[in-house]
Design a protein around this ligand. Structure first.
Ligand code: SAM
Ligand code: SF4
Length: 463
C-alpha cells in the first residue's frame, strides 16, 4: 500500500505556510459553513488554525459548542480504562512501559485479577471499559487478550456487568484482527502518536512499533477484517499540532473515501510526565491550553459526527472547559497501572503516565451534571449493531441524538438509583427533569417510558 496516499506531508506543509495569518472574512465564512454539519476541508481547517484574536476565538468556540449540541445533544459518555498488562517490547521514548525502562515493576494480570478489577469498576457504576495493554503478551500470546476480553464480558456482580468493551492495543495482522472482531469488541482504538515520519522515527526507538507504515495501515487491516468501529488519535506534544491535526484529517478523509466509514472516535491525549521519560517531562512541541481548546473545537467542526474523547490525563479545569468545545466522551476515576483499582496504595506500581484528574466517578458525575451536561452510560448502538455505515447514517445528519438522549437518561437514572451518593442523586434527578422538559414530544415519550421501566426495577433498557 502506498502510504503517501494516506498522509501527504508536503501538501500539509504547504497548507500551513499558505495560511500563516488570520483572515477574518474567510474564517467567518467557514464557521457558517461548519453549522451545516457537513464537515470541513483541509484548506478550511488550515484557515481556522491561525485564529488568535479573542473575538474570533470566541466565535470558533461558540460554533463548536453549537455543532456538538446539534449532533450529540448535551450528553457526555463515561468510561474507565482497564490496564491489564505493562509488558512491552517497544521502546517509545515517552512511555513508562517502554522495554528499556527498568524503573517500573512489570505485571500482566491473571484472568482472576482482571475479573477482580472489573468487579470493582462495575460496583462504581461503570458500564463501558477500555482495555489497554503494552505490546507484548504473556505465555499464550495474543490469546491472552482474547481471554481477557471474555473475562470482562463474563464478569458479573449483583450490581451489573460491563456492556461494552473497547480496546486500545497494538496493531495486529488481519487474522488476529478477525479474532478480535469475533470477540465482540466495541471500538478498536489506535493512535498514530505522530503522523510526522521524522518525529515518529526519533521517538520510537525499538520493537515493532518503529514501523510507521505498519501502524498507519492498521486501521485498514482492521476494516478489512470486519471491524467497522474504529478510533484514531494523536499524542499531542511530539510534533507541531498544526501538522498533526491536518494529517489526522487526511487519515480520516482517506478512511471515509475508501470504506465509507470514518472514525467513530478521535482521541487527543497530550503528553504527560511518565516515569523516567525526559521527552514526556518536556515535550518538544508543547501544546498550550488555548491551542488545545482550538484543537478540540476545530476537530468538532471538521468531523462533526465523531466522538471526541478526553482522558484523565487532563486536569478537572481543562476538562470542564473542553466539554463546552465539543468533547463527547470522558474517562473518570481512572488508574493507568495494571491492577490499579485493586491495589490503590501500591506505590511501586507506577502508572503509564501522570494523571491530571484524580476524582472518583461519582465526583466527576456530580460536577458535569451540575454544569448541565447529561452523563450517559449508553451502549445501545453497539448492542443493536448500529455501527459502521448504520451508525454514520444516523450520526452524519445529526439524527443520532434522538436515540442518545432517551438512552442517556435511562442509563443515568440507573446510575443514580444504584450507585450515586445522595448529593449526586439529588443533582441528577433535577437534571433529568430539566432534560425531559427540553425534549421534543417523540423523544420525551420514549424517555419517559424508559425511565418508568428503570424505576420499576428493570435494567439495561434502550432504544
Ligand atoms: N501499547 C499500545 C500502543 O502503544 O498502541 C496500546 C496501549 S498504549 C498504553 C496507549 C496510549 O497511551 C498510546 O497510544 C499513547 O498515545 C499513550 N501514551 C503513552 N505515553 C504517554 C504519556 N507519557 N502521556 C500521555 N499519553 C501517553
Ligand atoms: Fe509500549 Fe504502547 Fe507504551 Fe509504546 S506506548 S512503550 S507500545 S505501551
Amino acid at each position: 500500500m502506498n502510504t503517501q496516499k494516506i498522509i501527504d506531508e508536503q501538501s500539509i506543509e504547504r497548507l500551513i505556510s499558505s495560511h500563516a495569518t488570520e483572515n477574518a472574512e474567510q474564517i467567518n465564512t467557514i464557521l457558517k459553513k461548519a453549522l451545516l454539519l457537513k464537515g470541513l476541508s483541509s484548506s478550511d481547517v488550515a484557515t481556522l488554525i491561525p485564529i488568535q484574536s479573542p473575538a474570533l476565538l470566541d466565535q470558533l468556540f461558540q460554533t463548536a459548542k453549537q455543532v456538538k449540541e446539534m449532533i450529540y445533544g448535551n450528553r457526555i459518555v463515561l468510561f474507565a480504562p482497564l490496564y491489564i498488562s505493562n509488558l512491552c517490547g517497544n521502546d517509545c521514548a515517552y512511555c513508562a512501559f517502554r522495554a528499556t525502562n527498568q524503573a517500573i515493576k512489570r505485571r500482566a494480570l491473571s484472568q482472576q485479577e482482571i475479573a477482580e478489577e472489573v468487579k470493582l469498576l462495575i460496583n462504581q457504576g461503570h458500564k463501558r471499559l477500555l482495555l489497554v495493554a503494552g505490546e507484548s503478551y504473556p505465555n499464550d500470546g495474543f490469546q491472552y487478550i482474547l481471554d481477557a476480553i471474555e473475562t470482562v464480558y463474563q464478569t458479573k456482580t449483583d450490581r451489573g456487568s460491563i456492556r461494552r468493551l473497547n480496546v486500545n492495543i497494538a496493531p495486529l495482522d488481519r487474522e488476529n484482527f478477525h479474532r478480535l472482531k469475533q470477540a465482540n469488541i466495541g471500538t478498536y482504538q489506535l493512535f498514530q502518536e505522530t503522523y510526522h515520519r521524522e518525529t515518529y522515527s526519533k521517538v520510537h526507538l525499538g520493537g515493532k512499533k518503529r514501523e510507521y507504515d505498519w501502524r498507519l495501515t492498521a486501521i485498514d487491516r482492521a476494516m478489512l477484517s470486519g471491524i467497522d468501529d474504529i478510533g484514531v488519535g494523536v499524542l499531542f506534544g511530539l510534533a507541531d499540532w498544526r501538522f498533526e491535526i491536518l494529517a489526522l484529517l487526511q487519515h480520516t478523509e482517506y478512511l471515509n473515501t475508501k470504506y465509507g466509514v470514518g472514525p467513530h472516535t478521535i482521541s487527543i491525549p497530550r503528553l504527560e510526565p511518565a516515569l523516567g521519560s525526559e521527552i514526556a517531562a518536556s515535550p518538544p512541541h508543547p501544546v498550550s491550553d488555548v491551542d488545545f481548546a482550538k484543537i478540540i473545537a476545530i476537530l468538532r467542526l471538521a468531523v462533526p459526527y465523531t466522538g471526541i474523547i478526553l482522558s484523565t490525563r487532563e486536569s478537572p479545569e481543562t476538562r470542564r472547559t473542553a466539554l463546552a468545545l465539543g468533547i463527547s466522551q470522558i474517562s473518570a476515576g481512572s488508574r493507568t497501572n495494571p491492577g490499579g483499582y485493586s491495589s490503590e496504595n501500591d506505590q511501586e506500581l507506577a502508572g503509564q503516565f501522570a494523571l491530571g484528574d484524580h476524582r472518583s466517578l461519582d465526583e466527576v458525575i456530580y460536577d458535569i451534571a451540575s454544569m448541565g451536561y447529561l452523563p450517559s452510560f449508553c451502549t445501545a448502538c453497539y448492542r443493536l449493531g448500529r455501527t459502521g455505515h448504520d451508525f454514520m447514517d444516523l450520526a452524519k445528519p445529526g439524527e443520532i441524538k434522538h436515540f442518545c438522549s432517551p438512552n442517556a437518561l435511562a442509563t443515568f437514572e440507573e446510575y443514580l438509583l444504584d450507585f450515586a451518593s445522595p448529593k449526586t442523586r439529588e443533582a441528577g434527578e433535577q437534571l433529568i427533569q430539566q432534560e425531559l422538559e427540553k425534549m421534543g414530544t417523540k423523544a420525551q415519550s420514549l424517555a419517559i417510558e424508559l425511565l418508568e421501566r428503570i424505576k420499576a426495577g428493570q435494567r439495561d433498557v434502550f432504544v
